[in-house]
Write a protein that binds this ligand. Structure first.
Ligand SMILES: [Mn+2]
Length: 330
């Protein structure tokens, strides 16, 4: 697959690599790893761009420690690039900003395959992989390219956060890819990325999350209302999933005119990505993996945020079959 990517990129002059919106470590590391690969192999000029906010303190630290240059995509003129690559998402997934009239030449992802993606010149979508970073590591291996320290550290962290963390699944391929980059990483940088200082609003958010959550049997449902950035929503659901006797964590919040939610499950039996897809049917977009998923629902003139929360709660409770009773507080 990397051969096809290289053939497609060879003729291009300036390349833009897009992460998904509110980028997580996997999408950041994939973009960074791919950029360095194309720079070294083909001496290409690559720019990495994202939409939204890099919210999590860990993710900001990743960018800082590994020296990753990335720009808000709204600042860029897409027509100045003749090659467009999307990593860790797909054009119709609803979580990537691509201006009208543009379509990626190359799509590399590990989420549910979307038919529309076939319009790309090259697509490499591997649903059996726990992270896109694992795919990028495999490219390096198949080209016998060495890893520099920053690339290795970023890819290692990208794979780890998408696979090993609470509520995620991991598989053999991802572990193999982690072991490939491990000898080249900086432990000092990695530990700085894993335990950065946390801003005050992080703790304020925990306080409001505790006050605004309801427990329905094995489900914890939390409405954060207005949040500072979408990452806080995923962070909060990871946090709640650790509660004893809880199997499901659902957190919803609002950033500007968009409701974002995050769903986590302790078991792999239920395909959480499919559940996320089905509860947003007709009102938004969603998707994910075995144990973790998310989605977004636009808030427009016809729907208020609280209506969205009510509707999605109703659908979720029906879908995962918890009893509708008086909820308990923490
Ligand atoms: Mn990913």
């Amino acid at each position: 697959m990397i051969k096809n990517i290289i053939d497609t990129i060879k003729a291009k002059r300036k390349i833009l690599i897009l992460t998904h919106n509110n980028p997580d470590p996997d999408t950041i590391a994939s973009a960074f790893g791919l950029k360095n690969l194309l720079c070294r192999l083909l001496q290409k000029r690559c720019t990495i761009a994202y939409h939204g906010i890099i919210g999590r303190a860990e993710n900001r630290e990743l960018v800082k420690q590994c020296n990753i240059e990335l720009y808000p995509s709204t600042m860029l003129d897409f027509s100045r690039y003749d090659g467009l690559i999307v990593v860790d998402t797909q054009p119709t997934a609803g979580n990537v900003y691509i201006p009208k009239g543009f379509f990626p030449d190359i799509v590399i992802d590990h989420h549910n395959f979307r038919e529309h993606t076939k319009l790309a010149k090259v697509y490499d979508v591997r649903q059996d992989y726990g992270s896109t970073s694992s795919i990028i590591v495999e490219y390096y291996k198949s080209l016998s390219l060495e890893f520099d320290q920053n690339t290795a550290t970023a890819l290692f962290y990208g794979i780890r956060t998408d696979t090993v963390g609470a509520g995620r699944h991991n598989n053999r391929i991802d572990l193999t890819m982690m072991s490939q980059v491990l000898p080249h990483i900086s432990l000092r940088k990695l530990s700085k990325i894993e335990t950065p200082e946390l801003p005050k609003y992080y703790f304020k958010n925990i306080k409001s999350a505790l006050d605004n959550s309801q427990i329905y049997e094995s489900l914890i449902f939390c409405n954060l209302n207005e949040v500072r950035n979408a990452d806080l929503i995923a962070e909060t659901s990871d946090f709640f999933l650790r509660m004893r006797d809880i199997k499901w964590a659902f957190v919803i919040g609002k950033v500007d005119n968009m409701a974002f939610f995050s769903l986590r499950c302790k078991q792999t039996k239920r395909k959480v990505g499919m559940i996320a897809l089905s509860i947003v049917k007709g009102i938004g977009t969603g998707g994910g993996h075995m144990k973790s998923a998310g989605g977004q629902i636009p808030i427009d003139r016809n729907t208020s945020y609280s209506n969205i929360v009510d509707e999605i709660k109703k659908r979720l409770i029906r879908k995962i079959k918890v009893k509708v009773s008086e909820p308990k507080n923490i």
